[in-house]
Structure formats: structure tokens, C-alpha cells
Design a protein around this ligand. Structure first.
Ligand code: PAF
Length: 279
């Protein structure tokens, strides 16, 4: 496995590869990331993992400075997982001058975007740059970042990028907590509380399946989280297609949430397909 920091070196290393698969990350890797590498390897093409803590997607007062940077440890895990190239540019290599940004559709200002202004613009911009640097045939992302996946798929379509974007199911701890680098911020007591987010979302999905109305389901989920010390950014029921509020006919739904335990913000989601008789 090669560790590369510069774009020109990366291009030289990939010059003879017919196609490759990219797994973009911000490092501090956990088993969720390794599942993305495993998925990327299925194509038999060289696998590039990028590690870049992207300042453009963090807002003022967010955790950009304290985001864990663990390059040596990450490289060891990536090598074990069969990664071919780790691309880890520094901020000067990624953003040598004031940056042209991707302008996104209004969905980028909803859900997580409503609470993290500019976040998805930062994500889309760095991912587009990574796509241009690596020129992958496949790019693999985790479903925990549901809205991110949706926005990036739309970007790939709308910019006609010749890339297949693959979404891998969320990897979870035994108690259901979605794996996330930010879980490391949780105190032992918060870590014990954290799996409630997934339980609440699953219960919300079950209520929707039983025909309960979305507004009531959302209110109950928010109340349960708040009662246990969470600050809820949002709980929302959206249509899987379009990620807009569902109409009475929408059967393929997703319940999404973002909520904070202390200063740690966690996100999760559960998809649900309503049976024909519901509603
Ligand atoms: O999901 C992430 O870790 C980041 O948003 C990504 C896609 C690597 C872009 O910085």
C-alpha cells in the first residue's frame, strides 16, 4: 500500500490503472469504513482511500480542530483491509487558493443542512475535487450519512460524472449504535445512552408501518429523546425518493434524525416500506 500526499503523485500512481474505486473518508477509521473498503474491493480494481478532514464542511464552533487525526493507525488498518493507495493531502494541497464551490439544490439547506449551514456545499465540493483527482469508476459511501449520499448521487447525475456511487449499509455496535468517529467523544454515560437514537427511530418506523401519522410519530420520537437528555436537531419522515415530505401515497419512507448528547452530535436513519393496507 502506498501513502500519497500530492495530487501529481496520485495521478502518476494511477496512470496505468484501467479503473479504480474510491472510498472518501475523514480518517479516524472504524469498522464502518472497513466495510466500505471491503465493498470497494469487490470490483477487482485498485482501491484508493482518501483521508482528509475537510475544513469546508465544518461550521464555526464545530469540531474541525478536535476531529481525531490518526493517520498512522488508519494506514495500518487500511493496509490490512487490502487498500492499494491512501491519498492524504494537506489543506494547502486540497485548497491552494480561494475555492470555487458546488451550488446545491434546496434540499442541502434542509434536515442536517438547516442545522449546519454550508455543510453539504463543503462536502460536495471536496467530493467533486476528489472525484476529479482520483477519477474513480466506483465511489463508496456509508448509509448513515443518508442525506449526504442522496445529495452526492444527485451531483453525480446532474454533473454527468462517469462514476457509480455505491451506498453500504450502516455498520452498528452490538447495542445498535451506528459506528461513527464522533462516538469517541461520548463519555461512558453518554455512550450507554447513545443507542436510544436507533431504538427511537426503529420504533418510529414500526409506528409508521402500523399506520400512525408521521407528525405524531415525529413528536413522540422527539419527546422520548428530549426526556432522556438529548438536544434534538430534528426527527423527520421523508420519502426515500426525493427526500421530500411524503404524500399520503408514499410507501417508501425513511425516518432521519440528528440529536446531540452534550456537545456530540449523532445522526442515524431507518428506512421503512409501508404495507399496502396502512394509512
Ligand atoms: O462522510 C464523510 O466522512 C465526509 O463527509 C466525506 C464524504 C469524506 C467528505 O469529506
Amino acid at each position: 500500500m502506498r501513502l500519497i500526499h500530492r495530487v501529481d503523485e496520485l495521478r502518476a500512481a494511477l496512470r496505468d490503472a484501467r479503473e479504480c474505486a474510491l472510498v472518501p473518508t475523514m480518517g479516524n477509521l472504524h469498522d464502518g469504513h472497513l466495510a466500505l473498503i471491503e465493498r470497494a474491493r469487490r470490483h477487482g480494481a485498485p482501491v484508493v482511500a482518501s483521508i482528509f478532514v475537510n475544513p469546508l464542511q465544518f461550521g464555526a464552533g464545530e469540531d474541525f480542530e478536535r476531529y481525531p487525526r490518526t493517520l498512522a493507525q488508519d494506514c495500518a488498518r487500511l493496509a490490512d483491509a487490502g487498500t492499494d493507495i491512501v491519498f492524504a493531502p494537506d489543506v494547502g494541497e486540497m485548497y491552494p487558493e480561494p475555492q470555487t464551490c458546488v451550488v446545491l439544490p434546496p434540499l442541502a439547506d434542509e434536515l442536517c443542512g438547516a442545522h449546519r449551514p454550508g455543510h453539504f456545499q463543503g462536502v460536495a465540493t471536496v467530493v467533486l475535487k476528489l472525484f476529479n483527482m482520483v477519477a474513480p469508476r466506483y465511489a463508496v459511501f456509508g448509509k448513515k450519512d443518508y442525506q449526504q449520499c442522496f445529495i452526492l448521487k444527485a451531483m453525480v447525475r446532474q454533473f454527468n460524472l462517469p462514476i457509480e456511487l455505491i451506498v453500504v449499509d450502516t455498520q452498528r455496535a452490538e447495542d445498535g449504535l451506528a459506528l461513527s468517529s464522533r462516538n469517541a467523544y461520548l463519555s461512558p454515560a453518554q455512550r450507554a445512552e447513545a443507542p436510544r437514537l436507533y431504538r427511537v427511530l426503529r420504533e418510529a418506523a414500526a409506528q409508521l408501518e402500523r399506520g400512525c401519522d408521521a407528525a405524531g410519530v415525529v413528536a413522540a420520537a422527539e419527546a422520548e429523546l428530549t426526556a432522556h437528555g438529548w438536544q434534538v436537531d430534528y426527527v423527520a419522515v421523508r420519502a426515500q425518493a426525493g427526500l421530500q415530505p411524503p404524500t399520503p401515497d408514499t410507501r417508501e419512507l425513511v425516518v432521519l434524525a440528528a440529536a446531540r448528547l452534550g456537545t456530540t452530535r449523532l445522526i442515524d436513519n431507518v428506512e421503512v416500506v409501508l404495507p399496502l393496507h396502512a394509512g
